[in-house]
Write a protein that binds this ligand. Structure first.
Ligand code: CP
Length: 308
């Protein structure tokens, strides 16, 4: 969050643990509301939010839209594929045109790292980062950490391994910052070609052996191979990747403990995780999606109240 006249959620970097605990406590209340017969509150009745998606999304877009509707906000949905961006309009012009229609807050997903920061510096609106290129995806990290806390009671001292394409993953970076702030130990695991050089400087452990990483952890967060962000081959074949770094029942059954399985989605079933594992009782993948609405309600509510 940035200090100043307008506060934003641009990334987890720069946040502190108290802010995250405030988001979680607010999300607890919204989670209860979402489980009640009447799932709406008029908390953001006078607020208009524009959802600007310049890149594909299913979970994040639907989750933000539902969170906004549950809070009673007015919403505008914008996707670059059907807009004047295709005619050459700049990002600032597009957003300023939308803001001139009296929009209070912008939720943006964009393929360029730093696009949300750029917007925050150049337009008069509160900005929420819904994923900017390979940089950060703060609300995904918040909902992931919230889901672990709800499952295991706390993050303090818990061991979390993030497996897969760390190099191209905004989810991994935001998760590392968020989990460490909350007292968890983090390991990244994957082929050396998909782990950024010097990532240890962020205070994480590194493993290239999934079985060792699984023996170490309490929670495994399996990431998708992001073929759309890879301009070269980082491993010989998906089959080989799956053999070495795919999570299957055989691997889980070898462990002497029951670990929690997570995935931010979208899942490539049979590549980074088998269907049997994704749909098993150890998996909290759909709880992550459910919690995401409550966490995003909390972020929007607190930003609108200038409490973050
Ligand atoms: N987890 C996530 O960001 O999914 P989407 O790309 O579908 O929004």
């Amino acid at each position: 969050m940035n200090k100043g006249e307008l506060n934003h959620l641009l990334g987890i970097k720069g946040m502190n643990a108290n802010q995250i605990h405030t988001i979680f406590e607010t999300a607890d209340n919204f989670l209860s509301l979402l489980q009640a017969p009447v799932k709406k509150t008029p908390a953001l009745r006078d607020i208009t939010i524009a959802n600007l998606f310049f890149e594909n999304s299913t979970r994040t877009r639907v989750s933000f839209e539902l969170a906004e509707k549950r809070l009673g906000a007015d919403i505008i949905n914008f996707s670059s594929s059907s807009s004047s961006v295709k005619k050459g309009e700049t990002l600032i012009d597009t957003v300023n045109n939308i803001l001139s229609m009296k929009v209070d807050m912008v939720v943006m997903r964009h393929p360029a790292p730093g696009a949300c920061m750029f917007l925050a510096k150049n337009v008069k609106s509160q900005i929420v980062n819904a994923g900017d290129g390979t940089h950060e995806h703060p609300t995904q990290a918040l909902l992931d950490a919230f889901s672990i806390r709800n499952k295991l009671g706390s993050l303090e001292g818990k061991k979390i391994v993030i497996v897969g394409d760390i190099k191209h993953s905004r989810v991994a970076l935001s998760n590392i910052y968020c989990l460490q702030l909350l007292g968890a130990e983090v390991m990244v695991c994957g082929p050396s070609t998909l782990i950024p050089k010097h990532i240890e400087q962020l205070g994480v452990k590194v493993s290239h052996n999934l079985d060792e990483a699984l023996s170490w952890c309490d929670v495994a967060n399996m990431l998708r191979i992001q073929l759309e962000r890879q301009d070269q081959r980082f491993f010989p074949s998906l089959k080989e990747y799956s053999n070495l770094f795919g999570l299957n029942m055989e691997r889980l059954n070898k462990l002497e403990k029951e670990i929690v399985i997570m995935h931010p989605g979208p899942i490539n079933r049979g590549v980074e995780i088998t269907s049997e594992v994704a749909d098993s009782q150890q998996s909290i993948i759909l709880e992550q999606v459910e919690n995401g609405v409550a966490v995003r309600m909390a972020v929007l509510f607190l930003l609108a109240q200038h409490q973050l």
